[in-house]
Design a protein around this ligand. Structure first.
Ligand code: HEM
Length: 389
């Protein structure tokens, strides 16, 4: 099939690229070229994306990684792990991590997340307007929460955050490698410390589990960091941007903060306008909506486009915090559904409840289109959020 689009699509933070919009109207499976120049399939329909996210004919590994099409948009690129043992490896990792996100584990974290959020907003309010809500709230909160989850001592959080930012700078591979190396070295050091002096945290509990090596615990900790840090920064930033550029929706939330649960789901749905996608490789030949996909080919499951499929979400470009939005696939679906979703939701609820109640007159200090977006970071999102109140 002929290549019909080059990734990435050029688009503003809140608008879908015209070409992507056109492709969606033509079908659900499209032949595209990635930023690295390799061919791939881009799947844009909600029903298809949701089904394929839970289909074990697609995976994250490739039998010959050196020949695999590359996305060029993620930190580790799309190929992750060993083709022969993928299902068993993934099951083991998921089983090791899942208990740390159970309702029982989340309950005591909620007041800690709320206290951290309150503290960051106190600092913002003390600073006074104009202020950069991105730098003062969206960036620090997720890292502080992950530090609490992993048991990173408070005094190390700033160094930890700086290495994470370096590692995520995919535009500068040397800097990114340096950040990663520092993080892994620190992770090993932390595991060694927790073996001697355990605390009430994920690393200590993994140390207590049978048959888990120090290297594996350090690796799992870093996986949580990468899975839960930038993703949450982006959702907080995009949520603020979406709410403040839709003043009627912002006023509705300020008027009734009880709408926050729906607002969070709508932010999660609306924040990604599509064009990227969760990468998978076909483990065997398969057919997607009548299109033949060959074993080994790269398939991008565009969850942002799925979240804007009018068949699933009527009038998808309209932000509506009262719509039923929870069928969004922002956390994925099925086999690899985001383990951290309950924690991310706690963070987003804490932030948007507090912003709405403490800063009811909040507004952007610049036009929405003038908000700078991050071109280099792994997951995009705003680079700044200049606000007044
Ligand atoms: C709003 C913020 C977040 C978003 C949008 C998000 C999104 C996602 C998505 C789309 C996946 C599935 C990837 C795939 O199918 O290949 C995923 C998986 C995962 N996420 Fe999240 N995530 C967020 C926050 C977090 C947090 C806070 C944590 C933990 C601290 C976390 C931990 C994980 C883990 C461990 C996986 C892997 C699950 C597996 O492979 O079985 N995420 N996330």
């Amino acid at each position: 099939m002929e290549v019909v689009a080059q990734l990435p699509f050029r688009q503003g933070a809140l608008q879908t690229a015209p070409r992507l919009r056109e492709l969606r109207s033509l079908g659900t499976v499209h032949r595209v070229r990635t930023a690295m120049g390799d061919e791939a399939w881009l799947v844009t329909g909600h029903a298809q994306v949701r089904r394929l996210l839970d289909d074990d004919r697609l995976g994250r590994t490739h039998p010959t990684p050196e020949t695999a099409a590359r996305t060029g948009e993620t930190l580790f690129d799309a190929v992750l792990g060993d083709f022969a043992t993928e299902a068993a490896d993934h099951a083991r990792t998921r089983a090791l991590l899942r208990p740390h996100f159970s309702p029982g584990r989340m309950r005591p974290l909620r007041p800690r997340v709320e206290a951290l959020t309150t503290r960051l907003l106190d600092e913002l309010i003390e600073h006074g307007p104009p202020a950069d809500l991105h730098a003062m709230v969206a960036v620090p909160l997720p890292i502080l929460v992950i530090c609490a989850l992993l048991g990173v001592p408070y005094r190390d959080c700033e160094r930890f955050r700086a290495w994470t930012a370096e590692a995520a700078d995919v535009g500068d591979p040397a800097r990114s490698q340096r950040g990663l190396a520092e993080l892994y070295a620190y992770g090993h050091e932390l595991v060694a410390r927790k073996r001697v002096e355990p605390g009430d945290d994920v690393i200590s509990r993994l140390c207590a589990a049978e048959g888990v090596s120090d290297a594996e615990i350090a690796g799992l900790s870093m996986a949580l960091l990468f899975a839960g840090q930038e993703t949450t920064v982006v959702q907080i930033g995009m949520g603020v941007l979406l709410l403040l550029s839709n003043p009627d929706q912002w006023r509705a939330l300020v008027h009734d903060p009880g709408l926050v649960a729906g607002a969070v789901e709508e932010i999660l749905r609306a924040s990604n306008t599509g064009g990227g996608g969760i990468p998978r490789y076909a483990r065997r030949d398969l057919e997607i909506d009548g299109v033949a996909v060959r074993a080994g080919e790269l398939v991008l499951l565009d969850n942002g486009s799925a979240n804007h499929d009018p068949a699933a979400f009527p009038d998808p470009d309209r932000m509506d915090i009262t719509r039923p939005a929870s069928a969004h696939v922002t956390f994925g679906h099925g086999l690899r559904y985001c383990l951290g979703a309950p924690l991310a939701r706690i963070e987003l609820h804490a932030v948007f409840t507090r912003i709405a109640t403490r800063l009811p007159t909040l507004r952007l200090a610049v036009e929405p289109d003038a908000v700078r977006m991050r071109p280099d970071a792994v997951t995009g999102g705003p680079a700044e959020l200049p606000v007044r109140w």
